[in-house]
Write a protein that binds this ligand. Structure first.
Ligand SMILES: [Zn+2]
Ligand SMILES: [Zn+2]
Length: 438
């Protein structure tokens, strides 16, 4: 009985052990299964995390882009507002016919300045606010420079004192009197008789311009800006202003009797008369009021020159304010004067065409330039040197800047850029460089 009971106990133990082993196996299997699931879910979580990070990165990038676009839009809105202000001001100006005479409005407004924004010389750009560090809007660029007219309250008799008192070019050593000008005054690489002859021919046609009235029709400001217009503060003044110019044409004029000064004070006016066309700067002669109060002095080569001729009867007047050029047509019945100028013009154009052809290929390397002027309203002088920048204006005209000596009285003087044509001297920029008409 005891034997049988012992055997049964052993079997029970064995069964229990087997059952426990089986259970342990199951647990282990389940643990493995759980472990695998856990690793798999961990992996999925890590992938999800990585995807989320990628999406966060993309989102933050998009946010940055949106912010940049918003800033860009804000700038555009600002620019549009400025343009709207200008248009509004323009509309106000147009409706205020008492402030600006309509002809002047046409003159000033019709000339758009829309391509000057391509300039790299910042001083050429208008500052709408008047602050130097604020750049102008694209369609409103004006010149900041100053004119170079000699203003003489004491008239012609004070001009030599102005020359002697000059602070800009004391002694005027870089202005060569025409009677002592020689080949040696030319830049070393260009000392030849052909260039010398061209400069002398240009000098023969150079005239002094005297204006004895500053038009009340000059505007206070350049259109749509608060930049003072040249000589706005002198409106109505009869102080003498002098500049320079050049004879560009002479031709027989057949429409009626001569209107020269002499004929106007005579009972018998000459039938034979000629028109003498003179080019100068619009900052010097602004409108027909000023043109009627203008006289020119020709052949004023030396202080004691006996050939000096004065003309005062202006028959016609044309101007281009943005380019700062104007043309005055004088009338004369002096046959000898007309013949002399005609000959000088022929000689000049031969020289001019030769020089243009000769310097065309190297014009932007040599950069040779000269001008002939009447500094301080005194006798004719020649200055030679190099230009600095060539700036495109209205897509077809150029302006030039230069450090060649200029003084009050040089406004309107012809400046010759070899191979690049000729322009008028306008004035000086704040940086001290001279600048030409367009
Ligand atoms: Zn001077
Ligand atoms: Zn006459």
């Amino acid at each position: 009985m005891a034997e049988k009971s012992k055997g049964t106990t052993e079997e029970n133990c064995k069964e229990q052990t087997e059952a426990m082993a089986s259970a342990a196996y199951d647990v282990e299997a389940k643990l493995l299964e759980f472990q695998e699931d856990f690793i798999s879910e961990l992996h999925a979580a890590s992938t999800l995390m990585s995807n989320l990070q990628t999406e966060v990165h993309i989102l933050s990038k998009r946010t940055e882009e949106i912010r940049a676009n918003q800033e860009k839009l804000a700038r555009k809105v600002k620019a549009l507002n400025r343009k709207m202000n200008i248009i509004n001001k323009r509309m106000n100006t147009s409706s205020n016919k008492e402030t600006l005479p309509s002809q002047m409005q046409v003159d000033l407004m019709s000339n758009t300045w829309d391509t000057l924004h391509t300039l790299e010389v910042h001083e050429f750009l208008c500052k709408t606010t008047g602050q130097m560090d604020v750049q102008c809007v694209q369609d409103c660029p004006h010149i900041i420079g100053h004119h170079e007219q000699q203003i003489s309250e004491g008239g012609e008799s004070d001009l030599h004192q102005h020359l002697a008192d000059c602070k800009k070019n004391p002694g005027h050593t870089n202005f060569i009197p025409v009677d002592t000008f020689s080949v040696q005054h030319l830049p070393e690489r260009h000392q030849d008789i052909e260039l010398y002859t061209f400069i002398k021919a240009a000098a023969d046609l150079t005239v002094k311009i005297s204006v004895t009235m500053t038009s009340p029709r000059r505007p206070d400001f350049w259109p749509n800006t608060n930049i003072p217009y040249f000589l706005y503060s002198m409106k109505g003044s009869q102080h003498l202003r002098t500049g320079s110019g050049v004879v560009i044409d002479v031709f027989k004029w057949t429409t009626g009797a001569c209107k020269c000064h002499k004929c106007q004070h005579s009972d018998k006016r000459n039938i034979d008369c000629w028109k003498i066309q003179v080019n100068t700067a619009a900052n010097l002669v602004f409108d027909d009021i000023e043109a009627r109060n203008t006289y020119i002095t020709l052949f004023y080569d030396t202080e004691d020159s006996s050939n000096v001729v004065q003309l005062s009867a202006v028959e016609d007047f044309n101007k281009d304010i943005p380019r700062d050029v104007c043309r005055l047509d004088f009338v004369t019945c002096d046959r000898n004067l007309a013949a002399k100028l005609d000959l000088s013009l022929k000689e000049y154009y031969v020289c001019y065409n030769k020089a243009t052809e000769r310097y065309r290929a190297t014009r932007d390397e040599d950069k040779v330039m000269f001008h002939v002027s009447h500094p301080h309203g005194c006798c004719k002088r020649i200055s030679v040197g190099q230009w600095k920048d060539k700036i495109i204006f209205r897509n077809s005209f150029n302006r030039f800047t230069y450090s060649v000596a200029t003084c009050p009285g040089c406004s309107g003087a012809s400046v010759y850029f070899l191979g690049n044509g000729w322009h008028s001297h306008c004035g000086v920029l704040n940086c001290g460089l001279g600048y030409s008409s367009a």
